[in-house]
Write a protein that binds this ligand. Structure first.
Ligand SMILES: C[S@@+](CC[C@H](N)C(=O)[O-])C[C@H]1O[C@@H](n2cnc3c(N)ncnc32)[C@H](O)[C@@H]1O
Length: 222
């Protein structure tokens, strides 16, 4: 497997080779692979949804779902019923599908699809109440800052324009105020809160960066 460094993390082949390796691990040992930035970080997003939403049938999209760990937690801990994950790596989707089959068999209700975030967000018909991104915007941000605004607009377009819709985004490259600088530009989103209280973590081989999670609400656009 290719070593993961900041520059290789922007390449799809790195993710394909990461998930290819994780498929073998899963088949050999049942290990479901990495939860990026750690389980405690994922748990904060789950706790936020639990504390702020009661509908079980709201539509949730996980962008860059990896091994679908967030969606599985939404199902197992929150009983949510409409869960979709997308990832541009077909190997991520293969791994996710294997894990979902092993965990839920015929009772699986989580949908995972291969697709580039930009294309999916622009072209799919479904609108979502919750969009979750953990570590995916980091990859997009590392590729080129020119992509940032297109990503903000594409996510906004895919969200239900309702008072209680939320984007929950976790980054290790951007602080909360840097995320605000990107996501609050041109009034696509309004800040709801920043989720605090994380330990230090590891990303791209570098230890000690802080992770930031911000929650945004989509604003109506003409
Ligand atoms: C740091 S990992 C995070 C995985 C997962 N969200 C988690 O928290 O465990 C980044 C993920 O984003 C995916 N990814 C990166 N760029 C993408 C893009 N343009 N469209 C879709 N998925 C993308 C990668 O394949 C990888 O699964």
């Amino acid at each position: 497997m290719e070593e993961r460094t900041e520059s290789t993390l922007t390449k799809k082949e790195t993710w394909d080779s990461t998930f290819d390796h994780e498929i073998l691990n899963f088949e050999d040992t049942g290990d479901e692979g990495e939860v990026w930035f750690g389980e405690d970080v994922q748990q904060k997003a789950i706790d936020y949804i639990q504390d702020n939403f009661s509908a079980k049938d709201m539509h949730v999209l996980d962008v860059g779902t990896g091994n679908a760990a967030f969606l599985i937690a939404c199902r197992e801990e929150l009983d949510l019923e409409n869960l979709t994950g997308i990832d541009y790596s077909e190997k991520s989707i293969e791994l996710s599908q294997k894990i979902l089959n092993a965990k839920f068999g015929d009772d699986n209700i989580i949908t995972v699809k291969q697709g580039d975030a930009f294309e999916y967000l622009e072209e799919e018909k479904e609108k979502y109440t919750i969009v979750h991104d953990k570590g995916t915007f980091d990859v997009i941000y590392m590729m080129s800052e020119d992509n940032n605004h297109d990503y903000v607009k594409a996510i906004h377009f895919r969200m239900k324009p309702e008072e209680n819709s939320r984007l929950i985004i976790t980054s290790c490259n951007c602080t909360g105020s840097e995320l605000d600088g990107i996501f609050l530009k041109e009034d696509y989103f309004e800040k709801v809160e920043e989720i605090k209280g994380y330990r230090t973590m590891k990303f791209g081989g570098v230890i000690g960066q802080n992770v930031s999670t911000c929650v945004y609400k989509p604003l109506r656009k003409e």
